[in-house]
Design a protein around this ligand. Structure first.
Ligand code: NCD
Ligand code: ZN
Length: 345
């Protein structure tokens, strides 16, 4: 049997939600992942250090007995965020990053930033204390085509911000385009990118061919095949500027299967199996550990996990549940469209 042993992975972009959904999904992350950067787009969002502390406590209380899992908390940047609160959050060790959602870019982002100038005092403070900014890199201008929003964000927002504040460490989250990959590769410092599991597997046809498939709809939306190939090349290259952020984003089925369905794909259940499959297809199993377990901690200034996990390749496909049942309702699990043979133990 083929086996692969890696340092325990971390997830550098995860939505855990709250209440019954949190309770229903957290075990799917804590089973394999040691740490995760927790997205702050709750309703209402996690905007202050006090909010983040209370949310962290709720996450820890929801953990299955015996699981060890460290939630790395983020703050949702607003035009009113107080630089002193951010600095205190960082100093206390609670806050790992601050998240920029351009207002209206995605699920629960209406309270995000409209005018970046208003957030400059916070961003300057973050640059000074070495606190990374995680960005949802899409413009929200209605005239810009949804498939171009990442490329336009790089040109009209991200590049200007980096020139204005070169000392600020920025994670471009869930990169979905060749433009994003090229931009990160061309930068000399202070820029890295996370890549999701699903964007390595699906292109935009998955959403639209043969009927509209809401469980493949997420933001940033999956792009053309050439972009998927660029993401795969970057993820499997071993380049430490690229690492895993699953963007696993659970929504109960009725919120996905309706006339105006939510964006988000739930991948926590089978992410490690999907990734082993992808890396094997690319003849890059030796680069999987860098992507899931080494490059992310290095970027965030943390040590890699000491503990190891083992992946085994089975002769028969591994049986994953197609849905995760929660007290709030069922959540459809990502279907990669092919059988998975690797199992993370
Ligand atoms: C995320 C969510 O549901 O909160 N949705 C998604 O499609 N990825 C928000 C986000 O990260 O854009
Ligand atoms: Zn997300």
């Amino acid at each position: 049997m083929k086996t692969l042993t890696l340092r325990r992975p971390d997830d550098w972009h995860l939505h855990l939600r709250d209440g019954a959904v949190l309770e229903g999904v957290i075990g799917d992350s804590s089973r394999h992942f040691a740490r995760a950067i927790i997205m702050p787009n709750l309703v209402p969002p996690v905007v202050t250090t006090a909010d983040a502390r209370a949310y962290r406590d709720r996450i820890l209380a929801a953990l299955p007995a015996g699981d060890r899992f460290e939630p790395l908390m983020t703050l949702y940047l607003t035009e009113h965020t107080d630089p002193r609160d951010v600095e205190e959050g960082r100093k206390s060790g609670l806050i790992t990053a601050v998240k920029l959602y351009p207002a209206g870019a995605t699920t629960n982002s209406h309270g995000g930033v409209r005018d970046l100038d208003k957030a400059m005092p916070v961003l300057e403070r973050m640059a000074k204390i070495g606190l990374p900014l995680c960005v949802h890199g899409e413009v929200t201008t209605p005239e810009v085509d949804i498939f171009d929003r990442e490329a336009v964000f790089i040109e009209t927002v991200l590049d200007l911000l980096r020139r204005r504040l070169p000392e600020l460490k920025i994670t471009m989250e869930h990169v979905t385009t060749a433009d994003g990959i090229d931009y990160i590769k061309s930068s000399k410092s202070n820029l890295a990118g996370s890549i999701t599991t699903h964007h390595l597997i699906i292109n935009r046809n998955a959403i639209l061919v043969g009927g509209i498939r809401p469980h493949y709809y997420c933001l940033p939306v999956a792009k053309r095949e050439n972009h998927r190939l660029a993401l795969r090349a970057a993820a499997t290259s071993g380049d430490s500027r690229f690492f895993l952020g699953t963007d696993s984003a659970p929504h109960v089925d009725p919120l996905k299967e309706c006339a105006c369905g939510c964006a988000g794909i739930y991948t926590s259940v089978n992410t490690m199996s999907c990734l082993a499959h992808v890396f094997e297809q690319e003849n890059a199993l030796d680069k999987l550990e860098a992507f899931t377990s080494l490059s992310g901690p290095a970027w965030y200034g943390l040590k890699p996990n000491e503990e190891m996990i083992t992946l085994e390749k089975r002769d028969q496909p591994v049986d994953f549940p197609s849905k995760r049942d929660t007290e709030a309702g069922a959540i459809t699990v990502f279907d990669p469209g092919f059988p998975l043979y690797w199992e993370a133990l």
